[in-house]
Every structure is written in structure tokens, then in C-alpha cells.
Design a binder for this molecule. Structure first.
Ligand code: 7TS
Length: 416
């Protein structure tokens, strides 16, 4: 079913006001007001998402697509309504193209196993990049082991940007699939996805975009990008854990065989043979995460009301402010300074191990992530075992950055 483009909000974003929508942000940690700068790992949820899930469980819960009774019909309507909201938000052509998964990781594995395992073989090439999250590396390595296909890796430069000439040179007649992150979780780099799609389509390769980090920060239009697959997770975009989405071009999904078998995904089953349901049910075996879909629908409403362009503009200002303020700290080095960058800052501090930085700033109420960020090849490229990472979202303010800077000054006093 085709869904019209949704109205998008415009105007100035008031982060201090939006923050009030997030119950988890209204607490103290170690006696200090919580400053949450780990949204790239998982964002917090607004009350609207919690309320939608609570309401669903209190009033509407039953299994979907199977009952004639009222609750089952209501649950089905809520579940399918969430699919429509997602379809509109990313401008997909039809709800048949929106497959619910457990998250980005499962969405990528679905494509690797359903498309790749059944049609790739020796001589075929899969192209990824050096800055991918492990979930956009390992499924392709497994697929190559299973099929004999070859994995190629596009290099990055010391700004944390893709070397586009080399990427283009790696795309050839053998390339079957290009898998690339829209935004790097470790570096914040926003990749030129549309250019990559063009280069891949010139040799009839399909393109999967890992959009886990893009969805909470910017407008995503899958038809404008012209990508074949787009994967994302609910929990990074203010929705629940345990749910995500694979967008897939309908013609491709139609050709792909089911990935998992079970209830929901069949048309008819005999003891000898099964036939399969139409899209999207073909790829949704078993009872789905219904309440989580409802919660993700509410998160989409929340994002749509503020407007992804408004969020991107606000976060660009916040990123400039944070970059300048962190630059004041002696010995601090930002890892990744791409020209097009989202509100993620990875950094090292001379004389301080990232884990110690994380522990000391946590004592000041500041939550950041430290480690390899599931992007070990990126750490290896920059020759660091780990970084500290501050990742911002629409509810962060310049005061949060000031608190981080003060906490990092304490780190220096203690460790350096
Ligand atoms: N792709 C990217 C670019 C990611 O940042 C992540 C998670 C994933 C895929 C996997 O998402 P999942 O929801 O299926 O787990 N990134 C992070 C992170 O940066 N810190 O913790 C998880």
C-alpha cells in the first residue's frame, strides 16, 4: 500500500524543553544531574514512547494477524500503523518494503543470508568500508566463508573519511553488493551514500546502507538515496530495544527467499511443502515485537513533529560548540574530523586510558562510552586501542558539553 509523504516540522529546536520529555534524564548520578552523552550506543526514550507501549499492553494486547476478536484486531492495527509511519518517515514506496527485525544487526544478517547465501558464489565480490561497525562486517565475512565470495574493503583517510577514488576503483563487474554505514558510530563521519549508490548501480551491484546512526540525526529518504536496503534500530532513535527495520526495494525482496521459517510467514503448509506469505510477512516469522513496534511508531511521531532537518541543524551547532570546547583541553585529540560529520566525538587524552576517563567522568554524572565501539578496524587504523566517545542527541545542550569539559579537566588533575 502506498502512503503519502508526512508533514515534517520546521523551526528552532529547544533542547532544554525537549529534555523534559525524557524521564530518564531527570535523575542524578553520584549526586550530580545526569549528563547523557552516550546516545550513539542507545538513546533515551521520551514519555510518549513509554506511554504508547504502556497503553498498548494495558488495553490492546493480543497476537497479531490471527484473531477475529477485537483485541487481536486492535493489536494488528497498532502494529501495521507503526509500519505505515516508518514507511512515510523514510519515504519508502510501500509498506511491503518495511520489514520489522530485532535491529540493525538482524536486518543486515537477513540480507546476507537471504540474498547473499542463495545467490553469491566464488568470483563474486562484496565491498564494505574500513569504518564499518562490526555488524556490517561480520555478517559479510560469514557469508564469504559460506559462499566463497570475496570481501573487499574501501580505505579511509586520517580525517576519517572514505577515500572515494579508491572506493570507486574497487567497484567492478564482480561486485554484487556494497554495504556502507550512513554515519560512522566511531568517527561521526557522514558518508556520501548517494554517490556510492550511483557507482554501485553502474555495475548492477545492490547497496545496503547501515542507517543505525543516521536515523536519530537527519532526514532519511530511501528513494532519494536510491539505495536497495536501509537498516536501522529502534533504540538509537528514541524507540524501544528489540526492534528495528529493514527497508528493501520491493522487487528485490520479492525475489529473495524467506530467511527464517515459522508461523506468520506462510500461506499454506502441508507435511511435504510450504508456500509463503506476501511481503512483508514473508520475512517476519513468529510472533513479532508488537509493543516495540508500537513504541517505535511513537518515536517516529516524536521525531517527525520536531523535524529531522531541525534536529540536524541544531546538532550541527552543538557539534561545533563541543569541538571548540574540547579543543581547549590540553592533550586531548579528536579522532575523526571529517568535513561532513554528525554529533559524535571520539577522542583520546594523553596520559589517560579511555576506561579511566569514562569512570572519572561518570563520577561527575557524565555518561560517555569508552572502548573500541564495535569498530576495531577503525581503532587499528588510528593506532589506538580505544577512544572515549561523547555522542549527542536532540536533548543535549551546550551546558552538557560544559559539564563534560569540566569533568575532563578533573580527569587531567587526577591522571595527567
Ligand atoms: N551499525 C552501526 C553504525 C551502529 O552504530 C550500531 C550500534 C549497529 C550497527 C548495531 O546496532 P544494533 O542495534 O543492531 O546493536 N552501535 C553501537 C555503538 O556505537 N555503541 O554501542 C552500540
Amino acid at each position: 500500500m502506498s502512503v503519502p509523504q508526512q508533514q515534517r516540522g520546521t523551526g528552532q529546536l529547544d533542547a532544554a524543553r525537549l529534555r523534559q520529555d525524557f524521564p530518564a534524564l531527570q535523575q542524578q548520578i553520584h549526586g550530580k544531574a545526569l549528563v547523557y552523552l552516550d546516545s550513539a550506543a542507545s538513546a533515551q526514550r521520551p514519555a510518549a514512547v513509554l506511554d504508547a507501549m504502556d497503553h498498548y499492553y494495558r488495553h490492546d494486547h493480543a497476537n497479531v494477524h490471527r484473531g477475529v476478536h477485537t483485541l487481536s484486531q486492535r493489536a494488528t492495527e497498532r502494529y501495521e500503523n507503526a509500519r505505515q509511519k516508518i514507511c512515510r518517515y523514510i519515504n519508502a514506496g510501500s509498506t511491503a518494503e518495511i520489514i520489522f527485525t530485532r535491529g540493525t544487526t538482524e536486518a543486515i544478517n537477513l540480507v546476507a543470508q537471504s540474498l547473499g547465501r542463495n545467490s553469491f558464489g566464488p568470483g563474486d565480490e562484496i565491498l564494505i568500508t574500513r569504518m564499518e561497525h562490526h555488524s556490517n562486517i561480520v555478517p559479510w565475512q560469514l557469508l564469504c566463508q559460506q559462499t566463497g565470495a570475496t570481501l573487499r574493503v574501501a580505505p579511509i583517510d586520517h580525517h576519517g573519511q572514505l577515500k572515494m577514488d579508491e572506493l570507486r576503483a574497487l567497484i567492478n563487474e564482480q561486485t554484487r553488493l556494497v554495504a556502507v554505514g550512513h554515519i560512522s558510530n566511531a568517527l561521526g563521519t557522514i558518508n556520501p551514500v548517494k554517490d556510492i549508490v550511483e557507482a554501485a548501480h553502474a555495475v548492477n551491484a545492490v547497496v545496503l546502507v547501515d542507517g543505525a546512526q543516521a536515523m536519530p540525526h537527519m532526514s532519511v529518504d530511501v528513494r532519494a538515496l536510491d539505495c536497495d536496503f536501509y537498516a536501522f534500530s529502534g533504540h538509537k532513535m528514541f524507540g524501544p530495544t528489540g526492534i528495528g527495520v529493514l527497508y528493501g526495494r520491493e522487487a528485490l525482496l520479492e525475489q529473495m527467499p524467506p530467511w527464517q521459517g515459522g508461523g506468520e510467514m506462510i500461506r499454506e503448509v502441508t507435511m511435504e511443502h510450504s508456500s509463503f506469505a506476501d511481503l512483508p510477512a514473508k520475512f517476519e516469522a513468529g510472533t513479532p515485537a508488537i509493543a516495540e513496534a508500537v513504541g517505535l511508531g511513537a518515536a517516529i511521531d516524536y521525531l517527525a513533529e520536531i523535524g529531522p532537518e531541525t534536529i540536524a541543524a541544531y546538532e550541527a551547532e552543538l557539534l561545533s560548540y563541543a569541538t571548540a570546547r574540547l579543543g581547549e583541553i590540553e592533550g586531548l585529540e579528536i579522532v575523526g574530523d571529517a568535513e561532513h560529520k554528525a554529533s559524535v566525538i571520539s577522542f583520546t587524552l594523553a596520559g589517560a586510558h579511555p576506561h579511566d576517563i569514562g569512570t572519572i567522568v561518570d563520577n561527575e554524572g557524565v555518561a560517555i562510552r569508552t572502548g573500541h565501539h564495535c569498530a576495531m578496524p577503525v581503532m587499528d587504523f588510528f593506532n589506538v586501542p580505544a577512544t572515549a566517545r561523547a555522542s549527542m542527541a536532540l536533548y543535549n545542550t551546550t551546558a552538557d558539553i560544559d559539564a563534560l569539559v569540566d569533568a575532563l579537566k578533573k580527569v587531567r588533575e587526577v591522571l595527567c
